[in-house]
Design a protein around this ligand. Structure first.
Ligand SMILES: [Zn+2]
Length: 449
């Protein structure tokens, strides 16, 4: 009875919100769960349910899976527009048309126990685990425990086999591992500040890394027990020069295009391919769809303006590994570069920008490179960032630090090959406003303000 009341009232709320032209991605689901706490368990759901979780990359992985499935004629239900906590997921099911065969849901790690026991996914992809915003997420082990306590025993886990924190998730469930084979850029030792997997979780000896890709991603073993990186079920050999990969499983080899030249997004692509292969999609269909895919605009854009490539790239504030990965990408891109970086979480100014510990977990040292001509940082914490850049050994004459994000565009030079605009998720609009300013400066037009 409670369920019926919850369903009627929340559906009504959903249509009312739609009627007044707003996006009801949160409220109807909240209402439903408040009235009927096990609403998520009772509402009708598609036959196949996919969950995507992990510290970084879950939105990108979800989007790729959805795009490829839809391109192949599937009706997909997803929380693409909405929240990834229980209320958002409930709203997603409320919005269903009823003809969807598959639900692809991005799931917040901390909401695990409010979601997994009710929706019982067939597959859950875990992209990776890194130290994230300390205020919200403490330590990766703390987050892994949330998932371990909540995952139903019937769920098959698709895990990043190159992340030893990931491989320990839901130890009693069926595991499928994907991995990227050895790269020429792999290192003997991690050069990153954050390394969250150094000690064997079984016997507490120090792990030996066969090679490190970045942070704790790579291949390792324990010298004193049998703990080691797993043998991958799905192994990709990646060629960034030819922008393609060879993808091996069960004695089969498929060739797929790479949709990004960053290792990080290649992991996202391989996670998506591994799921789709397990859903029995035809490799030729996956390949044809991959050829049409772009990383979503809010995360990555590239435009050539009078010979200068202007690139916007998401770099999540408070998330040291996400920012370090982007810095690494910028460093390794060919040409002479300038970087505009907006590190402050503008939507959450009062609280999160009071916590600057993450600046010291982030590898600003990667920006200390001769190919990076200038670093322009905008935002209220610009002096904290100046100190961090100085500690990274970056010469003061290379820095421009301004309190207003929008002013950063005024300091660019036109005699570089690439200008990177790195912005937080909540500052996507600012990133794009700066891009427009940069474009008008490069185009020789009048500045608007
Ligand atoms: Zn051990």
């Amino acid at each position: 009875m409670r369920y019926i009341i919850a369903l009627i009232i929340s559906r009504l709320a959903y249509f009312m919100i739609k009627l007044i032209g707003k996006d009801g991605t949160y409220f109807p689901g909240k209402l439903a769960i408040k009235i009927c706490p096990d609403f998520l368990g009772r509402i009708k759901k598609p036959k196949v349910i996919i969950g995507v979780t992990g510290t970084n990359g879950k939105t990108t992985v979800c989007n790729m899976i959805i795009d490829i499935l839809e391109d192949n004629g599937y009706n997909v239900l997803s929380n693409k527009k909405g929240a990834n906590i229980n209320y958002g997921i409930a709203s997603t099911f409320l919005e269903a048309k009823g003809n969807e065969e598959i639900a692809v849901l991005e799931i917040d790690e901390r909401s695990s126990k409010l979601i997994y026991p009710y929706i019982k996914p067939n597959y859950v992809i875990v992209t990776n685990f890194f130290r994230d915003s300390i205020r919200r997420n403490a330590h990766p082990e703390y987050i892994v425990n949330f998932i371990n306590e909540a995952i139903p025993s019937t769920t098959t886990m698709i895990l990043n086999g190159d992340d030893l924190i990931c491989t320990g998730v839901a130890p009693n469930n069926k595991h499928i591992y994907y991995s990227i084979g050895r790269l020429s850029t792999d290192l003997e030792k991690s050069i990153n500040i954050v390394r969250d997997m150094r000690i064997c979780p079984k016997c507490h000896s120090e792990l030996v890394y066969d090679y490190v890709r970045y942070h704790h991603i790579g291949k390792a073993h324990c010298p004193n027990c049998d703990f080691a990186s797993p043998d991958p079920d799905f192994l990709a050999t990646v060629d960034f020069d030819k922008m393609k990969m060879e993808y091996r499983y069960d004695n089969k080899i498929c060739t797929y295009p790479l949709i990004s030249n960053s290792i990080f997004n290649t992991y996202n692509e391989i996670a998506a391919i591994t799921l789709l292969t397990n859903l029995k999609l035809n490799p030729t269909d996956i390949k044809n769809s991959l050829n049409k895919i772009n990383i979503v605009e809010t995360r990555f854009t590239k435009e050539n303006i009078n010979g200068v490539e202007v690139i916007t790239h998401l770099a999540k504030g408070q998330n040291p590994v996400a920012c370090s990965r982007v810095f690494d990408y910028v460093k390794n891109e060919p040409g002479i570069k300038e970087v505009i970086f907006l590190p402050d979480d503008v939507e959450d100014n009062i609280r999160t920008s009071e916590n600057i510990t993450w600046l010291y977990d982030t590898d600003f040292e990667l920006l200390n490179d001769p190919s990076i001509k200038k670093i322009i940082i905008g935002g209220p914490r610009y002096l904290d960032n100046k100190l961090r850049l100085l500690l990274a050994g970056i010469p003061e004459e290379k820095m421009i630090l301004v309190p207003s994000e929008l002013d950063t565009a005024n300091y660019i030079d036109a005699d570089v090959d690439k200008i990177f605009i790195l912005h937080d998720l909540h500052a996507t609009h600012l990133g794009f406003a700066i891009k427009n300013k940069v474009k008008s400066i490069l185009g020789g037009e009048q500045n608007e303000d």
